[in-house]
Design a protein around this ligand. Sequence first.
Ligand code: AMP
Length: 278
Amino acid sequence: MIITNEIAEVRECCQKLQHRGAKIGFVPTMGALHAGHLSLVKLSKEKTDITVVSIFLNPTQFAPGEDLASYPANLKGDLEQLNEAGVDLVFTPDKETMYLPNADTTVSVGGVTSLLCGSSRPTHFKGVTTIVAKLFNIVTPNFSFFGEKDYQQVVVIKKMVDELNFNTEIVTGEIVREDDGLAMSSRNSYLTSLERSEAVVLSECIKNGKKLVKEGSSPAEIISSIKERISSLKTTKIDYIEIVNRESLQSVENFDESSVLLLAVYFGSIRLIDNCEL
Ligand code: AMP
């Protein structure tokens, strides 16, 4: 496994391999890797010849006061896991490599970025699309792998790829969960034991939401029942619970085959997200 923090080395490696006909798969991450990240690596290895992973804690997608400074990092452990998973190249740039001192070029997707996570984190998606665009330009992947856990992120990245003609196919991977149903997240490690025990409510509400759809409840009824359940817990504060169209991310009044339930809830100070297509 090649490990490098140099843009030129990644470019040279990827271009050489692509000239020889290899298809490159790319999994961008912020580190603190878990089975969710590794499931994307597995997908990439199944679908492509060479798998590239980036580990970069991207400061521009965190607003002041968010958890950038305390975000968990474990580079040694991450590299061990990636080596074991059969990754070919890991790109571990530092901040100075990715952002020139006077950089003032950004990539910003409109519309869907102002909704849901974009309302409580208004600068977040611009940071995500800027870094992902830069990484796409460095790695030039044939296929890029993103987790459905970050549902809105996938919608935003696909829109960017379509509208800016990036030459990469976006492939999504299912949400990987802990045994009790909590979606795996690097942020789960911050939870106190009470918060951790309450966080399982997200996946319970998803299961219950699916059941209520089958029984004929409306989106408004399901949202209100989920809000009631989550608000009854000690550590929770709801950011949003919405049922939306999977492409426009606009709220729906009636179900069709493209409806998705999205949840963002604070457990203490930790904001967790989850979702399911209904
Ligand atoms: P992050 O390091 O949080 O930026 O995540 C890197 C990639 O892993 C993103 O595409 C995430 O959607 C994906 N990911 C994170 N958690 C999970 C999970 N529990 N299941 C599947 N994919 C995930």
